[in-house]
Write a protein that binds this ligand. Sequence first.
Ligand SMILES: Cc1cc2nc3c(=O)[nH]c(=O)nc-3n(C[C@H](O)[C@H](O)[C@H](O)COP(=O)(O)OP(=O)(O)OC[C@H]3O[C@@H](n4cnc5c(N)ncnc54)[C@H](O)[C@@H]3O)c2cc1C
Length: 480
Amino acid sequence: MKLLNRIGAMASISRRFLLKWPAATYAVSVLGARDGSAHSRMRRDVDVAIVGAGLSGLCAARLLARAGRSVLVLDARDRVGGRTLNQRIIGNRWVDGGGQWIGGSQTRVMALADELGIQRVPQYTTGLGVAYANGTRITFERDTPSAETLRIQVMLENLSRQVPLDAPWNAAEAALLDAQSVADWLQANNVGAEASQAVAATIGTTLSASPENTSLLWFLFYLRSAGGFAELNDGAQQHRLEGGAQSLSVRLAEELAGSVVLGAPVRRIKGWCSDSVLLHSDAGTVRARRAIVAMMPRDMQRIDFTPALPRNRDALQRHWGASSGFKVHIVFDRPFWRDQGLSGIGFMDSGGVEVTFDSTPADGAVGVLLAFVNPAASRLSAAARRERIIEDVSKLFGEQARAPLDYVEQDWTRETWTAGCVSPQPPGLISSSGSALKAPTGRIHWAGTETSGVWCGYIEGAIRAGERAAAEVLEQLAFD
Ligand SMILES: Cc1cc2nc3c(=O)[nH]c(=O)nc-3n(C[C@H](O)[C@H](O)[C@H](O)COP(=O)(O)OP(=O)(O)OC[C@H]3O[C@@H](n4cnc5c(N)ncnc54)[C@H](O)[C@@H]3O)c2cc1C
């Protein structure tokens, strides 16, 4: 009975796990060479320098360039796209090592993909899910939440309406909401096990965190920013992008050719409170009238700001919560699980594979299973990890899973320039330091998906944040 309950609970969070996230990297035309000599000679004067060639930075650059402003985008990596990453698999096809799913209410990314000529691939979800726990395998149908779960979700959605999307720290009783974790709220409201588990599943899949360590204020903001539970749990993962989500950034960088410098970690930003800002990178120096820094606040901690940033801003960056992610794609000659009436959605509690999805390319020429793997797996040797993951996947999908054609990993904890995939915030941070999240600091403007009031944390939020920062800069440049 206990096992059945457990599997039932796993099954009941099936749809919510659809939100669980995830490099041959594209080369793009860049300014300068990557060898030190060419870099060290770079001296540029531009209207706007942008730090970070993820989607946020590139969308900001595009708007500014279209408005006739000179821009230069600097990225630490030798590729664009940041937390989106195309990885080549056998047969010259691509999978997403980073952000991948988009949904219908994410209007900016849908429009951008259309504009850049990148097709959408519907996410395959037809058929039964499969779960494996305590040595037992079951299949299950997709569920609908219970009446009690729906009631709790409505309560939280109603509460979230008091959190302003442009300034969650200004919510009525922000300090009170931020002083408690989501777990405190569930307990205070006597929420039963099943509904609590459903909320925990949403937090686990969207923020890679638990109700115990997530601020209620931040979760309410996140919930409202996405448009509610249905959007968070189902709406955000309706499509993938043909060729991989990094293709958005690759195309944007091609448009901006000559204005994107790779292999250029920005080490210091000087003079944010004077007439111009000076950015020192490994590629050289850029003087700009304004700068946009477009990345997760935690990643900004690596940059030395002179003079020091205001206390609130510094605290925000220093204490910003970031969570890890580990994706593995396993390639087969065809999506054989579909023949068995399986959707490719699978759950395990083995400590290795946590959840799987069908990531087969649109032409179906090969079958691809995506596995989200427990980050602890990074402690195993590469060979032991591969063996373990294939063993887990074969427990879910049978013996055919033991003969993959290809196997590709992406462990985000090993990335130098990305502190984390998504941003769970602990109680206390947003009400005390949140007001510094996107208010410009002198000549520095802050972007990155974390600054977006709509679909914060998602590709959609990154695009919106970049466009918001560009508009802010354009307005200021008119007065400078
Ligand atoms: C595993 C995983 C799965 C995900 N799944 C989804 C999903 O399915 N759907 C979805 O919508 N979102 C998903 N996301 C989130 C999504 O990918 C991000 O929200 C989005 O890509 C963030 O874009 P950004 O431009 O704000 O930041 P980033 O992409 O992080 O860009 C920041 C850039 O700054 C650069 N940088 C850092 N430090 C410096 C420095 N000192 N100098 C110069 N450059 C620097 C980095 O190299 C990077 O290119 C996922 C993310 C991960 C990691």
